[in-house]
Design a protein around this ligand. Structure first.
Ligand code: ATP
Length: 296
């Protein structure tokens, strides 16, 4: 009996491993094949990057033509500054990021970087100029170091070290059994939402883009995890033009400008203190969040 059991057990193991590998491949292909509709204009030229100034001018957009999601939106992010976008769920915050990365084409208006219309530059140069820290980061089944270096496989040890420090990951990595060689992902160490976002910040730093889009996770984080992310974002902000899609207003009180979006329109604009004095929508959201119990 045991002679039959062992090979069958082994076959079962092989089958499970193949299935897992296929699922990983499927996830990967899902990411790579998303949005093939956008392509380079015939006369597209590489983006000539200067400081990374971002400008939206009278931009209107809807995923379906009958339903506008962004309505005549204009704003500017000066090179090297930090702009936060806030507003209720569904207001259109992430849509702004998707348009800047050209996952979709605007129906009206123009988006430019350093004075160049993004629909007239090559997609490759546009996407090299922007690094995105998504809400939910995919970790590959490999070491934490390889996960960080994924944005730049030929990164030097010093570059990786700098990204780890700027993303405030050093303490976390030191606490792991095998340091940065520790395996993470589905088959390795489970990593918390906050740690995952800091790994994504380290990836973005390594990519070396002038513009950083940070899509804050909606899931609740404890205050330590939130502080670590805010600290990581602050050290990155010194070197980038940053666009932060924020859900917790406490994380963006230091932004140079905060844009308040409601149903796809810009209803208020200013820094934290100016917006509180205005006693409008932002002040109301601030009050509301201050009353919410914090996550232990
Ligand atoms: P949240 O804070 O919940 O992330 P958000 O302000 O970022 O919300 P968006 O993701 O920009 O909101 O979505 C704005 C609107 O566009 C929502 O009503 C949403 O349902 C719709 N929407 C988003 N993506 C698509 C899509 N791919 N196709 C059709 N509608 C979409």
């Amino acid at each position: 009996m045991i002679q039959l059991f062992l090979p069958l057990n082994f076959l079962g193991f092989v089958y499970r491993e193949i299935r897992r590998a296929l699922t990983d491949l499927e996830n990967m292909l899902g990411l790579l094949t998303r949005k093939p509709a956008i392509s380079d204009a015939p006369d597209a030229k590489p983006l000539q990057l200067k400081g990374g100034e971002v400008k939206f001018e009278q931009v209107s957009f809807g995923y379906q033509s009958e339903r506008l999601i962004l309505n005549n939106l204009s704003f500017q992010v000066a090179a090297g500054t930090k702009v936060a976008i806030v507003g209720a769920s569904g207001a259109g915050k992430s849509t702004i990021a998707r348009l800047l990365y050209r996952f979709y084409q605007t129906q009206q208006g123009q988006i430019s970087i350093d004075g160049q219309d993004i629909s007239r530059v090559t997609l490759e140069s546009l996407r090299q100029a922007i690094a995105i820290v998504p809400q939910d980061t995919v970790l590959f089944n490999s070491s934490i170091r390889e996960n960080i270096a994924y944005a730049k496989p030929d990164a030097s040890a010093a570059e990786i070290e700098q990204a780890i420090n700027m993303a405030h990951l050093r303490q976390f990595i030191n606490s792991l059994p095998q340091g940065d060689a520790t395996l993470v992902g589905e088959r390795g160490l489970k990593v918390s939402g906050g740690e995952k976002q800091r790994i994504a910040i380290a990836r973005a730093i390594l990519k070396g883009s002038a513009i950083l889009i940070f899509d804050e996770a909606t899931s609740a984080l404890d205050s330590m995890a939130e502080q670590a992310i805010v600290a990581a974002m602050r050290s990155v902000a010194h070197h980038h033009t940053s666009l932060v899609i924020a859900h917790r207003l406490s994380t963006i009180t230091d932004a140079d400008t905060i844009l308040v979006l409601k149903n796809g329109s810009l209803i208020e604009q200013g820094d934290h203190q100016q917006l509180l004095r205005l006693q409008g929508e932002y002040a109301r959201m601030w009050q509301q969040q201050a009353q919410k119990p914090t996550v232990p």
